[in-house]
Design a protein. Structure first.
Length: 323
């Protein structure tokens, strides 16, 4: 004989409307809100969003929106970027714990010391970093504009690139620039198994491998095409191939399949025994949390004023250098 005790007896679950999609649409009107979503979000969130995009496109949308409230369905550094660009607007993130392993791999104190050890270097930081790191940077970049931005830097100017060592190495190869790399990485993209990808390609010889530059070099070596999430989506539409092995977070497959229902998209396998490579941070956001964030106008992104102000210029430089 045993009794079952609830693990959290004092928690009352919030009441949710029957039709969440309709309730979110009506809150959007009420708040004059825009919903921006990254491709790694749950399909439901992608389907209700006003705009879906890669980090650069979402930053551009955030910079140009006329909405009073920005609901950012993505991770913390993305919502922070929207806040830096819109200091007077309310920026909501459905789950404040939606962080990023790559951003976490670059603590401001250690990065400050790294920067001080290379005083003559220009600091170019991948957007997947905290606002504090952005504030220490000269220019921000994303996976879709990093090559373009680095090609605009005078050849005799040494560069620090952080925090992603894989994107840094890839950009270095593409531009011929020898950069000092911060050794950070994304847990999702570093988890793809080269061996299993090769086995998958043997089983699907007609499939093209498409990969995000955050993947490790041995995986990228097998790729027929490398690009940001939006670039991968566009390539999957324009390529004559009917089948693709997709080496990035599998949320993007929702859009790929929507655009090309007749094509086959196979998620690249990770090294562990899990069936997929979902980002545990991105997937903290749910449609329910998005509804509650809009209804309660919280959780809100707030930043220390000095960091918010200092992080703006490097983001603006990025937007100007990538037109
Ligand atoms: P992009 O969508 O800009 O390619 O970035 C991918 C990513 O890792 C976002 O966290
Ligand atoms: Fe960060 Fe990687 Fe998740 Fe993107 S996929 S949010 S880089 S942990």
């Amino acid at each position: 004989m045993f009794t079952i005790t609830p693990t959290q007896p004092n928690i009352t679950l919030p009441k949710l409307p029957y039709d969440l999609f309709a309730a979110i649409q009506s809150l959007k009107q009420e708040l004059n809100a825009v919903i921006l979503a990254h491709y790694y979000q749950d399909p439901d969130i992608q389907d209700i969003a006003d705009y879906i995009g890669d980090s650069l496109e979402l930053s551009r949308k955030a910079a140009n929106t006329k909405a009073d409230v920005i609901v950012f369905a993505g991770v913390h550094f993305m919502a922070e970027t929207a806040k830096i660009l819109n200091p007077h607007k309310l920026v909501l993130l459905p789950d404040l714990n939606a962080g990023c392993s790559l951003a976490d791999s670059c603590p401001p104190d250690a990065f400050g010391a790294f920067k001080a050890a290379h005083p003559d270097h220009l600091v170019i930081s991948y957007i997947n970093c905290t606002a504090a790191i952005k504030a220490m940077s000269d220019i921000i970049c994303t996976s879709s504009n990093s090559v373009k931005i680095i090609n605009q830097i005078p050849k005799d100017r040494p560069i620090i690139f952080g925090p992603d060592r894989n994107l840094g190495r890839y950009v270095s190869q593409q531009t011929g620039r020898d950069m000092v790399l911060w050794q950070g990485a994304c847990i999702v993209h570093e988890n793809f198994s080269e061996k299993k990808i090769v086995q998958l390609q043997i089983a699907h010889p007609e499939a093209e491998i498409i990969a995000h530059p955050e993947c490790e070099a041995p995986v990228l070596r097998h790729a027929n095409y490398i690009g940001s999430t939006t670039a991968l989506l566009k390539y999957s539409q324009s390529s004559l191939s009917q089948s693709f092995i997709v080496a990035t977070e599998p949320g993007i497959i929702h859009q790929m399949q929507k655009q090309c229902p007749e094509k086959q998209f196979i998620p690249a396998p990770p090294t562990n025994n899990c069936a997929c490579n979902e980002c545990p941070h991105m997937r903290l956001n749910t449609l329910e949390k998005l509804y509650l964030a809009m209804k309660n106008r919280t959780p809100e992104i707030t930043l220390p004023a000095d960091i918010q102000a200092a992080a703006l210029l490097p983001i603006q430089r990025m937007l100007e250098m990538s037109v």
